[in-house]
Design a protein around this ligand. Structure first.
Ligand code: C5P
Length: 341
């Protein structure tokens, strides 16, 4: 489609959800230096908010960030995504000058360097919002390639629901969500606890390369099994919660995150003692999660953690108190129709 020059100049707004890894198996190192993964990603309803508006001719892209500190603005993936979108949009744009500059405003509600892919989600949202602001449509494969070049986790956010991730993150298989979820019954809730220390993803992969691994391939088995059960549509909410201990153990980057940030070891032990249920790690950490049969139960647990942090019974590494939230897993849009228990 060619760009429509008569489009209204109202800002385009996107929510950029966080993701949680229910499983994360690192299968090996690839020739390009990245790692081959097998991972079940789920989007959750903790989201950044991005708005973009078209600027007059001659202006430069600008970004204003509120909320969690996301580091230097000029390095922000939102600006890189807008530039990549502009480059990719040129053939469709069909005019000699490039698509105009954008003013972007980002409200960071997702903790940074947390294993929640907040920056990648912002990039996916920026790509989408920029194209919308310019009135340009890209074919799915071009969009996917632009997303994959921005970062390994970026393509996932175009799926709009749980997905199996393979390769370095570019191979995506959308997964149907739980049987009975959204059909009026309880939906699973996730408690997220993110120490403020942050863990750099490259540092966690480096620690894995240097031997911070669990032998035995349990994460791979658990990941294959979960993806297959979700694909077949045979898992209900209670089944997922029953599998929590297997899933919580199924993250090959958890030992690496604990090497990068040794304070995560006593932190996790304290959480386990407090919650009395399995505690997993998302991505390369330091976000820890616990799965509950309902959002209400996850909220009770969140209050329990906040109180324990205030008392000093749970000590999280990092300069500030940990971020604590109860969130819902976002099911794919199609599961809202005719999905029954
Ligand atoms: O792709 P992205 O920029 O998000 O990756 C950040 C870093 O994480 C990479 O530079 C690489 O060190 C590591 N990584 C990896 N294998 C993946 C994804 C990320 O080694 N599948």
């Amino acid at each position: 489609m060619t760009a429509d020059p008569t489009r209204a100049l109202a800002p385009v707004v996107r929510l950029a959800p966080a993701k949680v890894n229910l499983t994360l198996a690192v299968l090996g190192t690839r020739p390009d230096g990245f790692h081959a993964l097998h991972s079940v990603f789920v989007p959750v309803d903790l989201a950044d908010r991005l708005s973009v508006a078209v600027l007059p001719p001659g202006a430069k892209d600008i970004l204003h960030v509120d909320g969690h500190d996301a580091g230097p603005t000029e390095d922000n993936l939102v600006l890189r995504a807008i530039r990549a979108a502009r480059e990719a949009a040129r053939p469709e744009w069909g005019r000699p000058e490039p698509p105009p500059a954008l003013a972007a405003r980002l409200e960071k509600r997702i903790p940074v360097a947390a294993g929640l892919a907040g920056g990648s989600s912002d990039a996916a949202a920026a790509l989408d919002a920029a194209l919308e602001a310019w009135g340009v449509t890209l074919d799915a494969s071009t969009r996917h390639d632009v997303a994959a070049r921005l970062g390994s986790d970026v393509p996932f956010f175009a799926v709009g629901g749980p997905a199996l991730i393979e390769g370095r993150g570019e191979q995506l298989t959308p997964l149907p969500w739980l049987r009975g979820d959204l059909a009026g019954g309880d939906r699973p809730g996730l408690l997220l606890v993110t120490p403020s220390c942050g863990v750099s993803t490259p540092a966690a992969y480096r620690a894995w390369d240097e031997g911070a691994r669990v032998p035995g391939g349990a994460a791979r088995m658990a990941s294959l099994h979960l993806a297959e059960e979700l694909r077949k549509g045979i898992l209900g909410v209670a089944d997922l919660v029953t599998r929590a201990s297997v899933l919580a153990a199924a993250n090959d980057l958890a030992p690496a995150a604990a090497v990068v940030e040794p304070g995560l070891v006593p932190f996790k032990r304290a959480l386990l003692r407090l919650l009395g249920r399995p505690v997993g790690v998302s991505g390369s950490g330091p976000t820890h999660w616990a799965l509950y049969p309902s959002h209400a139960e996850a909220q009770v647990a969140a209050d329990l953690v906040r109180a324990a942090v205030a008392r000093g019974d749970v000590v999280a590494p990092g300069p500030r108190e940990p971020f604590v939230a109860a969130v819902r897993i976002l099911a794919p849009a199609r599961a809202t129709k005719g999905d029954s228990a």
